[in-house]
Ligand binder design. Structure first.
Ligand code: HEM
Length: 123
């Protein structure tokens, strides 16, 4: 199995990850009913975020902590939802990739999710 090596790999990962999130009724309503995301606009932004995080390149300039705090003001996020988010992220990564970068992206997701969970005081 190959490792994550390029933006194209991150595009594959984020699309499959969102397919899983949007198929899960315990979490999908936050994307569809609360934030009302447009998937085709949202995915390149998520890819930008991971490109910056993994390869220090790309155009990501937003503050994801702030965005999730605003989201949390609309609908309180729960610890269980963060666990579900992480499970889908890890499962998608493992399904597609293996190697140093695959391990790194899972560790990074866990770190950011942990900080986010504390910042929004997830119940
Ligand atoms: C309970 C867990 C989570 C839920 C329900 C969730 C949900 C969402 C939603 C609905 C948006 C769109 C917000 C908007 O455009 O108004 C969003 C954006 C985003 N999320 Fe999450 N998220 C979760 C955890 C995470 C974690 C742990 C990370 C990072 C590791 C993350 C990274 C991002 C990024 C990068 C964006 C794009 C922000 C931007 O527009 O610049 N999310 N999330």
């Amino acid at each position: 199995m190959k490792d994550i090596e390029s933006r194209a790999d991150l595009e594959t990962l984020t699309r499959k990850f969102y397919n899983r999130l949007l198929a899960d009724d315990s979490i999908n309503f936050i994307f569809t009913d609360i934030a009302k995301i447009n998937l085709e606009e949202h995915l390149p932004i998520i890819t930008d975020f991971w490109e910056l995080s993994m390869f220090h390149t790309g155009n990501y300039k937003n503050n994801p902590m702030h965005i999730h705090m605003e989201l949390n003001d609309k609908k309180q996020l729960t610890s269980a939802q963060f666990d579900t988010w992480l499970q889908h992220f890890n499962a998608t990564t493992d399904e597609l990739f293996a190697g140093i970068n695959a391990d790194k992206i899972k560790t990074r997701a866990l770190s950011i999710a942990t900080i986010m969970k504390i910042k929004v005081s997830a119940i």
